[in-house]
Design a protein. Sequence first.
Length: 161
Amino acid sequence: MTLAAVGVGANLGDVARSVRDAIDALGQLPGTRLVQASRLYRTPAWGVTAQPDFINAVALLDTGLSARALLEALLDIERVHGRVRVDGERWGPRTLDLDLLLHGDAIIDEAGLRVPHPHLHERAFALLPLLEAWPAAIIPGIGPARECAGVMAADGIEPLP
């Protein structure tokens, strides 16, 4: 079994419900147990800023799935929630976005799969909920997630009640 962190986000439709439903679906994956989930956070859009705010969270899983198998399961959950990925389109609005942030201490750089998430250490909207769900998280090749979060601005990111 491996501890894996999954970033969950959305900004179209019933966003909070989609995020919560996705977290529930993650806990139902074969050979997987939901260990912890962060609160939901409202975050300003990043990359393409002319779109609605996002709701983000992180789910911490204990899983027997390989990183590749877990990624495929994440993509299946996105499709069930109406996500359509368009080649070349990045950072736009979406019904659901699931990102494999960490898979134990693995460092993977394969076609379509990079773990840890290549920008995790630069994005407060992912680090804050990650640290809530997994305070001792280490980003392989980078170091403690807490140290990364401690040196970046978290302007506009707020936990939801």
